[in-house]
Design a protein around this ligand. Structure first.
Ligand SMILES: Nc1ncnc2c1ncn2[C@@H]1O[C@H](COP(=O)(O)OP(=O)(O)OP(=O)(O)O)[C@@H](O)[C@H]1O
Length: 537
């Protein structure tokens, strides 16, 4: 994946490479002039040449910086976009398994780690050119001293490689602890009200949940940083050993100018050399982040266009059939996972179907299967004669609109084809749902954002109605409504939707209105049973 981004930005990398080459050449030319003229001083012409070289160096290094910044911002954005696309395309079941905290960590820490390593690439090229040019120049000056330098560089490289195993281990542990800390942050944000009101809970949460994971993270960060410090310290000591050796061998070479040139250049390249070595640190972190992302099994960035279900037959669909559909959650090892065993069910177009059952009986799990959010473990779902498969899933889902308990209220209101909604119809619905005094709707969506829970749900339903889809999946929509809207939902809205030929599948606990459904399916420990109208009421 790192290579993919390097290739994607090869043009700008090439440009920064060329600019780096000019910078390195100008630096060497300046070193050469200083070395040659150090003892005699500059002649007037040399001063002019020196001045031109300085200006050239400034221009080349500024061009390098410009290309570097272009590249850096480009890669960060590109990594972020690609990950977001992958997450958006990933099967919901996998995202649910990964959990919000891990995904959030991927989008923040991992994106930064990967893009950070990539952003260093042109600077790596720049510094590498500089090193190659300086090494070449030092070789021309003295083969013996060059030999000493090469030995030092090799030792430094080997030390880095040895320390690297420890660094990679530390980076892995650090990354695991970051997930735990983000999970803790989620507890702070999602539970802000409970933590504010309940002092005991707040202190317990801080001391027992947050502090231990933060302390684990601190330990792993310290180990990670310490490993790098060892590496950096050894490299620094090696520079002094090199300089000392150069001075020591001077008794054989007897050339102060040569030694001075060497010391000047070795000191000058110690920073780029350290930089090139340190890049391994970023690569180590990026690799861990890449492994993390791969472990989430996100979808590819580009996926094949989904097959259309036969448009004609689907438009004129008649029923959706669950044929021997079973589903089992992944077990977390502690207790047996919940299952929906062999579900055989037919949902007919144009009917109002109530789904009832006790808490944990499997109603929402069934809806997730119906919505194509979960895939059946066995069996299949059919629309008339067409089996719903991965390739036509998007097309199948496009017929459904929904309001689930954990809905997100998107401010933009769109019809089923993604176009702005009919404003007249939207405003009429606002009137009906008594929201027109709270907000207004225009081409970009609705304006106000502060609603009560019941009002939010009404707005979510309006948004759903405006999508004008065939099938409505509503999970306990009326639960947060006052008696007036509850009655309106069951007695006015559902019959109106039915009259328009819509199919409504609604999870409900409102036994007062059970008789208003065309059909009634009751779940009990995962088993679905259709109740006759006299049983349902
Ligand atoms: N993501 C999940 N992973 C594992 N088990 C789950 C998951 N979601 C739900 N379950 C389990 O599946 C069972 C059925 O849950 P489901 O949400 O379908 O029930 P429900 O009938 O909708 O309940 P409620 O009326 O409380 O909303 C529960 O025992 C629950 O613990």
């Amino acid at each position: 994946m790192l290579l993919y981004y390097i290739k994607k930005f090869k043009k700008i990398m090439l440009l920064s490479g060329v600019a780096s080459l000019f910078t390195a050449s100008a630096s060497i030319a300046l070193f050469h002039m200083i070395g040659e003229s150090g003892h005699t001083g500059f002649q007037p012409l040399e001063m002019v040449v020196f001045g031109i070289l300085v200006v050239f160096l400034l221009a080349a290094s500024m061009a390098t910086s410009y290309f570097l910044s272009q590249y850096s911002s480009g890669t960060v954005n590109s990594v972020r976009q690609s990950l977001i696309k992958r997450i958006l395309r990933t099967d919901y079941g996998l995202l649910e398994k990964a959990g919000r905290a891990r995904l959030y960590n991927v989008l923040t820490n991992d994106v930064n780690a990967i893009s950070g390593a990539l952003a260093e690439m042109p600077a790596f090229i720049y510094n590498s050119f500089l090193l190659i040019a300086c090494f070449g120049y030092l070789f021309v000056l003295s083969e013996l001293m060059f030999g000493i330098l090469v030995v030092t560089a090799l030792v430094s490289f080997l030390v880095t490689r040895v320390v690297m195993a420890k660094i990679t281990r530390a980076a892995n542990t650090m990354r695991e602890h970051q997930d735990d800390v983000i999970e803790g942050y989620k507890g702070i944000l999602d539970g802000a009200k409970q933590l504010t009101v309940n002092k005991v809970r707040r202190e317990h949460f801080y001391e027992q949940r947050l502090q231990p994971v933060m302390s684990d993270l601190r330990v792993s960060e310290r180990e990670y940083g310490f490993a790098w410090d060892i590496n950096r310290n050894i490299s620094q000591v090696l520079i002094f050993i090199t300089l000392g050796t150069i001075v020591a061998v001077n008794q054989y070479l007897q050339s102060t100018e040569l030694v001075m040139s060497y010391i000047l250049i070795v000191t000058y390249i110690s920073a780029p050399f350290g930089y090139v070595m340190n890049l391994w640190q970023n690569i180590a972190r990026a690799k861990v982040s890449l492994q993390k992302i791969e472990s989430l099994q996100l979808s590819a960035e580009q996926v094949e266009q989904s097959d259309k279900l036969e448009a004609k037959s689907f438009k004129e669909w008649d029923h959706i059939t669950f044929k021997d559909v079973s589903f089992t959650y992944d077990s977390d090892g502690e207790e047996a996972a919940f299952s929906l065993p062999k579900l055989n069910l037919t949902l007919n177009k144009g009917e109002v179907l109530f789904i009832t059952g006790g808490n944990g009986s499997g109603k929402s799990t069934f809806l997730h299967l119906l919505l194509g959010l979960y895939s059946p473990s066995n069996g299949f779902i059919k629309v008339d004669d067409f089996a719903v498969t991965e390739s036509n899933l998007d097309d199948y889902r496009s017929k459904i609109t929904m309001v689930l308990p954990d809905f997100y209220l998107y401010k933009e209101l769109l019809d089923g084809d993604g176009h702005p909604v009919d404003l007249k119809k939207a405003n009429m619905l606002l009137e009906q749902f008594q929201l027109s005094h709270k907000l207004s709707i225009d081409q970009t969506g609705f304006t106000a954002t502060k609603f009560s829970q019941g009002q939010r749900k009404r707005l979510a339903l309006i948004s759903s109605i405006l999508e004008d889809k065939d099938i409505y999946v509503l999970d306990e929509w009326a639960a947060d409504q006052d008696p007036h809207f509850r009655a309106m939902f069951y007695k006015e809205l559902l019959p109106r939707l039915k009259a328009q030929g819509k199919t409504v599948i609604a999870v409900t606990h409102d036994d007062k209105y059970f008789h208003l459904a065309d059909r009634h399916i009751k779940f009990d420990q995962g088993n679905a049973k259709e109740l006759l109208s006299d049983q349902a009421a």
